[in-house]
Design a protein around this ligand. Structure first.
Ligand SMILES: Cc1cc2nc3c(=O)[nH]c(=O)nc-3n(C[C@H](O)[C@H](O)[C@H](O)COP(=O)(O)OP(=O)(O)OC[C@H]3O[C@@H](n4cnc5c(N)ncnc54)[C@H](O)[C@@H]3O)c2cc1C
Length: 323
């Protein structure tokens, strides 16, 4: 059985106190802890000294809708709540309902999901296994076992909500020692497995802001080995605005194929201004397949995952056109 290392536990009751505690050396933020705790047990964060829990900070959970239809989701809202809330667009309920398992969705939060660490099967193993193969870059070693030619970490973005939020053009409100700022979810991520979040370690995600979907059609499809529990090995999110037969705007985002969600702008451009018949959908799906190169760092082979990209994009676009 893997045990947690010895750590201090801080349970601040205000956001300011949480930010102050998080600014201390070796502090790590915990929301539901569903990803953080297993990673700590596998000794993935040797620098960790204190866990700063957000659970006693009030005002960070709940879903509300502004008069103009803008959706506001508190960072501590559970994934289960998001999946069940009728005020939430179906695409987000689909993505939330596909996260992990019921137990993990009951505990895991939206903020934690968007900030979940990147994954790789050379990294997410117990310490003794990592040492047996020499630690990879992200574990403090000198090389990446997935692609040794370059000194780059390819650990994969594994959030189900992230691609859906990027497709919806959602933003996040972050609070830190210098105050608050709001940034598009798309800009929260870097395509860098070691440093995948474009935020300071002591900035806390407070709220997700989702603009109204209006008449646009949106969906999320996920590939994983089993029907439950497993992380995505491909996620596809799309939002389409369709006027008559013609697509007037498209956003297409792939998850779990790189260290950050990938927007497929070439396919978006192709779809926009066209009637979405089978040929156009097929062309867009093929462009999506060409846009990404999944690596051998998660479940199933990278070749199979790449082949599945156009298949999943085509199915989702067809479903949205037929909706
Ligand atoms: C077996 C298993 C299967 C899983 N399957 C899936 C899956 O299919 N899809 C999926 O998306 N996830 C999956 N997960 C990962 C995880 O359970 C979910 O992503 C969950 O929503 C994470 O939320 P949490 O509150 O538990 O995050 P935590 O574990 O508490 O935190 C995760 C990371 O986010 C940071 N963080 C948390 N909250 C904030 C905040 N408000 N501001 C800034 N940083 C923050 C933490 O510091 C930590 O680095 C799985 C996990 C396990 C163990």
């Amino acid at each position: 059985m893997l045990r947690l290392p010895v750590l201090r536990h801080a349970a601040p009751t205000s956001l300011d106190e949480a930010i102050a505690r998080l600014s201390e050396d070796g502090a790590m933020l915990a929301a539901g802890g569903t990803d953080l705790v297993p990673n700590l047990k596998r000794r993935q964060y040797p620098e960790a000294k204190t866990i700063v829990s957000l659970r006693r900070v009030t005002g960070l959970d709940g879903v509300s809708v502004d008069d103009d239809g803008t959706l506001r989701i508190g960072a501590m809202t559970t994934v289960a709540r998001l999946a069940d809330d009728g005020a939430v667009p179906e695409v987000l309920r689909e993505a939330a309902g596909a996260v992990a398992s019921p137990q993990l969705r009951n505990r895991g939060t939206v903020g934690g999901n968007l900030c979940v660490d990147t994954r790789c099967h050379w990294l997410n193993v117990p310490e003794t296994w990592r040492e047996a193969a020499e630690p990879c870059l992200k574990a403090g070693g000198e090389m990446c076992w997935v692609a040794p030619a370059k000194k780059v970490c390819w650990a994969v973005s594994s959030s189900d909500l992230a691609p859906a939020m990027v497709a919806l053009d959602a933003s996040v409100r972050l609070a830190g020692p210098d105050g608050e700022r709001t940034t598009p979810v798309a800009e929260l991520y870097r395509d860098d497995g070691m440093d995948h979040l474009a935020k300071a370690p002591n900035e806390i995600l407070v709220e997700v802001i989702v603009p109204p979907l209006g008449e646009r059609r949106a969906g999320y499809r996920k590939l994983r080995r089993r029907g439950s529990i497993d992380f995505p090995i491909l996620g596809v999110a799309a939002v389409l605005e369709i006027d008559g037969d013609v697509c007037t705007d498209a956003r297409l985002v792939l998850g779990a194929v790189a260290s950050a969600p990938v927007r497929v702008t070439a396919a978006e451009d192709l779809l926009t201004g066209r009637a979405l018949d089978a040929n156009v959908i097929q062309e867009a799906a093929e462009l999506a397949g060409k846009a990404v190169r999944p690596m051998s760092n998660t479940d199933l082979t990278s070749r199979y995952r790449k082949k599945m990209v156009p298949v999943f994009v085509r199915r989702l676009l067809r479903d949205l056109v037929d909706a």
